[in-house]
Design a protein around this ligand. Structure first.
Ligand code: HEM
Length: 426
């Protein structure tokens, strides 16, 4: 067994028997000692075969002294639903130390604090409020399409997708448009190192200072109200808590981080998969009602957020594997979304018309399920439709390949080189 991947094979095999899985063949590219290990950079770079081995041979296992991993659809769902035994404190940290923030943000809070915080955010992020943002999203997308040339080769990730989700979340928050480019430069530098510590970056200081100033400016003009997140958090209504400026800044910062790289990954991955088997692109160009399901299937096959983390609050047994109190569990969303038991033998194949594709776990499940999911879906639909309208003949560039971007959290194809006019045939 490798040093880090000390999986608890006894429990695994009990679980395998229960699920009537076959012990995976030793002829696969990974051997039995190499179940998916989120601390191993080699596994993180090309995770799919390692995850397959884990699903077959070790649905729940011990990765390190502090960390266990849950790799199948049923087990990941069960943990999402079990808020009695699992806490969100320390979410995203795979090491022994939790990221320390001056205020608890919604994704790291447990009830009852979580309930209060989520309700407050929902005032700005309820599905009906997010749908009202559609004209703003359309405007932002129109601007992004307008910057593309009429034909030739571009990297759609860098030249198109990159700008859209950050602009949308800045509009939602209420950041003035002239500041968007600068805020994006700072937040991109931060998002690149997350979930590692980012507070030592100069960009972190610049962003925090900028946001604090924005909060102070809003509070200095209480008569000038807006329908945005800043307004919601700056001005408490009767029965709501007044938030000090650094707390408002923390919540805003968390929204920027949650909304940006994830949604960029969704749009980029979905376009890549559709173009990779071009008959699927053509089918959706011809019938746009197929697009929502194509987007759900992209979320399933290439889950933008690869994992979430929970901490056991007491000794607990998960699918036969004992997990001591205080240990963390890596919820392997990507592996759960490729689970053959749930999705069939072609679980790793992108099929835009897959039935029930929306039953994936890419947005989580339960009390912490993604609050921005309706907005991410709107952005993906508007951004991809705009491409289909402007460049129906678009093709992947001949040298385009699926290479996962760096980083442990995000799954996104590194770049998306395309020929806009369909000139070079792949
Ligand atoms: C494709 C894009 C996105 C993906 C894949 C994604 C994924 C997720 C997942 C898996 C969770 C669950 C966290 C957990 O269980 O610990 C989550 C929570 C969250 N997401 Fe998203 N997200 C996306 C876009 C967005 C956007 C656009 C926003 C904001 C506008 C957002 C804001 C949040 C917030 C605030 C939470 C925490 C909710 C809570 O703890 O109650 N996300 N997201």
């Amino acid at each position: 067994m490798s040093r880090d991947a000390v999986y608890c094979s006894a429990w695994c095999y009990i679980e395998v028997a229960q699920r009537e899985r076959q012990i995976f063949a030793m002829t696969t590219p990974v051997d039995s000692a190499e179940f998916f290990d989120p601390l191993n950079p080699q596994h993180v770079a090309e995770p799919d075969e390692f995850m397959r081995a884990s699903r077959k041979g070790c649905p729940v296992g011990k990765v390190s002294e502090h960390l266990y991993a849950a790799n199948t659809d049923d087990v990941v769902r069960a943990v999402f639903d079990d808020t009695e035994h699992f806490s969100n404190r320390g979410n995203f940290s795979v090491g022994p130390e939790d990221v320390r923030l001056p205020f608890t943000v919604v994704t790291m809070a447990d009830p009852p604090d979580h309930t209060v915080l989520r309700s407050r955010l929902l005032k700005s992020l309820a599905p009906v409020r997010l749908r009202k943002l559609t004209p703003k999203v359309e405007n932002i997308v129109r601007k992004a399409v307008g910057t593309l040339p009429a034909s030739g080769r571009v990297d759609l990730y860098a030249d198109y997708v990159h700008f859209i989700p950050s602009a949308v979340v800045y509009a939602l928050i209420g950041i003035p448009e002239p500041a968007w480019r600068e805020v994006q430069t700072w937040s991109d530098a931060i998002v690149r190192v997350i979930p590692g510590p980012s507070h030592e970056l100069s960009e972190f200081a610049s962003l925090m200072e900028f946001l604090a100033q924005l909060v102070e400016e809003r509070r200095a003009r209480p008569e000038d109200r807006h329908e945005d997140v800043l307004d919601n958090l700056c001005f408490a209504e009767p029965g709501e808590a007044e938030m000090p400026t650094p707390e408002v800044v923390c919540h805003i910062f968390q929204l920027v981080v949650a909304a940006t790289d994830t949604t960029r990954a969704l749009i980029t991955n979905c376009v890549y998969r559709l173009l990779d088997d071009r008959s699927q692109w053509e089918a959706v160009v011809a019938d746009r009602s197929l697009l929502p399901n194509a987007i759900e299937e992209s979320l399933r096959v290439d889950s933008p957020a690869q994992f979430m983390v929970r901490t056991a609050v007491e000794d607990v047994t998960l699918a036969g594997c004992p997990i001591p109190a205080g240990k963390k569990v890596y919820l392997n969303l990507q592996s759960a979304n490729h689970d053959e038991e749930r999705w069939g033998d072609d679980s790793r194949t992108y099929r835009a018309d897959r039935p029930d594709a929306a039953m994936h776990l890419a947005f989580g499940k339960g009390i912490h399920a993604c609050i921005g999911a309706p907005l991410a879906r709107i952005e993906a639909r508007v951004a991809i439709e705009a491409l289909m309208d402007a460049f129906p003949g678009m093709r992947l560039a001949p040298d385009a390949t699926w290479v996962k971007c760096e980083g442990v959290l995000t799954r996104r194809v590194e770049s998306l080189p395309v020929c806009l006019d369909g000139g070079e045939v792949r």
